[in-house]
Each structure stands twice: as C-alpha cells, then as structure tokens.
Design a protein. Structure first.
Length: 317
C-alpha cells in the first residue's frame, strides 16, 4: 500500500468517525411534571402563603370551591381550577440550577420565597412548591420542596398565586337597584336620618328643617352606597364580641320594591374598625340577607358612620 493510499484510508476513517459523532442519534429528554402524577381530581385543597406570611386556603367541597378559614364561604371554581391547571403544567424542561446556593437569589428558599403553594391530596399527602422571582416576562423560577433543583417555567407565576381573599371570590356582598329604593333609615352617632321617596322621585327627610333644602345629590350618594357593598374579606358565620355588632352604633335599614312590585327590606349593621391584609382600615359589616360577616373598606362605610344633618343640607354658592 502506497503512502498516498494510507493517507486516504486514514482520512476516510476520520470522516466516518466525525459523521458518526455528528449524526449519532441523541437520547431524547422528556420533561416530567414538577408535581409528579398529581391530577386535579387528586387535589382536596390549595393553600397559598405570601412573603408576608399571609396564608389563604382554597378547598373543594363536593366539587364546589370554598374557603375553610371563613366557614366555607364560596369562591370561584373557574379561577381555582385555572390556577391548579397552571401548577400541574410546570415541568422540568428548563433546569436552572441543581444546588441550594441560589435559592435565596431566586426567592425559592424554604424561608425566603415569593409564594409558597401547598396541595393537599386525597391520599393524605401534601405536595409543596415554591414560586420565586421572574427573570423576564412570562417566566418564573420554581422549586419543589425537598428538591434543590430550580427550574424556570412559563406555566405559572407568583402573581397567579394570590394570597388575598378578594381575588378568589365574588366581591359583590349584595346589590339592589338603587332606583327601586323607597325608604332608608340611617342611625349613627350623629342622629337618626329617615329618608322617603316622594313625588317625581324627590326625596324628603323626617324632621328636616323646613327653612332648609334637602340636598338631593347627597341623598343619591348615600342611597348608592346602601344599594351595594363589596367585600374585602369574608370572616365567617359566627359573630364575635370583637365585631361590636351586639348594639351597633351605625345601622341602615332599607325598604325597596322588587321587579314584581312587592316590597323587600334589609338591614346593614356596621361594627368595629379592623386592619385589612393590605394594611388599610376596614369595617366589619353584617347584611341581613347573608349569614356571613365580612370586612368592607372603611372609606366606603364612612359614608354611613360619619354622616350628619349638615351633610344633607344643600349649600348655595
């Protein structure tokens, strides 16, 4: 064999080796769900804890979403199911790190996280996952408990895991058609104010100074407040002494006509001032048409608690 043939032979072998490496079939990596084989049918409840330590539990009772911390106050099934679907879609395709050194930086550490989510399963076990910061839009760091691996996912973000009550419920505590209200009596520390709708939808007040003019805009404003209230947080079915509702200083009684012409009445009792989850002041409220005690934003309730006779007198420029 000539030297040239040897060189050509070696070159051919090298080319074959290179082609074998380049085109060698790669083993396919199949990402797996971070929460394993959990399905939505396995989940009894979801608990969300935020970085401030507020914890909210969402449970399924006979297929209906409830809030156990508020005596099974109803929550929105579709929102909870959508959130669970996002959690179940998290997988291992985007591994970021395999060590715990970065857990704090990604906010997925045991004691340093954006959100901590717990799934109570029907086999008696609990799956837990940490949702961290978002390195860029539509991606979030995530880590399962007892696993150092951190993944990046676009399936869910910490912003989806709301730990505030209002995000999961129908915030409308009650509502009636304001135009159907016929009478309203407001009792507060400043007095008793009895309002009656008269002819041409003009309102009058009992014992109002005949030398003054009733401010119809002020009346309309308080009627609007009395026709609907929105919840910040449901409290439950049991009245507590701290609610200060045994003899409320402020109450509103409303008589309204229904669509069929019949008369309906309801009462709103207003209790103590409390701090809401966001740090703002709220008021405990009980509407006679609901068994639940709730918290409503204080600035809304101030319309009732602070009203005095002077507020109802029309001011002229």
């Amino acid at each position: 064999m000539t030297l040239l043939n040897k060189i050509l032979g070696i070159s051919l072998i090298l080319q074959i080796a290179i082609l074998s490496i380049v085109f060698w079939p790669e083993s396919e990596y199949a990402p797996v769900p971070i929460l394993g084989d959990t399905t939505i049918e396995n989940i009894l409840s979801v608990s969300i804890t935020d970085s401030a330590g507020y914890k909210l539990q969402l449970a399924s009772v006979d297929g209906v979403c409830m809030l156990p911390q508020a005596d099974q106050y109803p929550c929105k099934n579709d929102l909870v199911q959508s959130f669970i679907d996002k959690l179940l879609a998290m997988d291992t395709r985007n591994l970021v790190t395999e060590t715990s050194a970065s857990h704090n930086g990604f906010r997925v550490a045991d004691e340093n996280y954006e959100k901590f989510v717990e799934l109570e399963l029907n086999d008696g076990t609990t799956s837990r996952v940490f949702l961290g910061t978002s390195p860029h839009r539509r991606s979030t760091y995530v880590r399962a408990e007892n696993d150092d691996k951190v993944y990046m996912t676009s399936a869910v973000s910490a912003y989806d895991a709301h730990a505030d009550w209002r995000s999961w419920i129908d915030a409308n505590y009650f509502s009636v058609n304001e135009n159907h209200i016929e009478e309203m009596t407001l009792i507060n520390p400043n007095g008793v104010f009895e309002l009656h709708k008269g002819s041409e939808d003009k309102w009058a007040m009992e014992n109002f100074d005949p030398n003054e003019t009733l401010d119809q805009i002020a009346v309309s404003s308080i009627l609007n407040r009395a026709s609907r209230l929105y919840i910040r947080q449901p409290l439950g079915l049991t009245e507590k002494e701290s609610y200060e509702l045994q003899s409320p200083q402020t109450s509103i009684t409303v008589r309204s006509s229904s669509d069929d012409g019949s008369s309906i009445s309801y009462k709103i009792d207003i209790g103590s001032v409390v701090k809401m989850q966001n740090g703002e002041d709220g008021r405990i409220v009980k509407y006679s048409g609901s068994p639940y005690y709730v918290i409503v934003a204080k600035y809304v309730i101030d319309e009732f608690t602070d009203k005095n006779m002077d507020d109802f007198i029309e001011k002229y420029p």
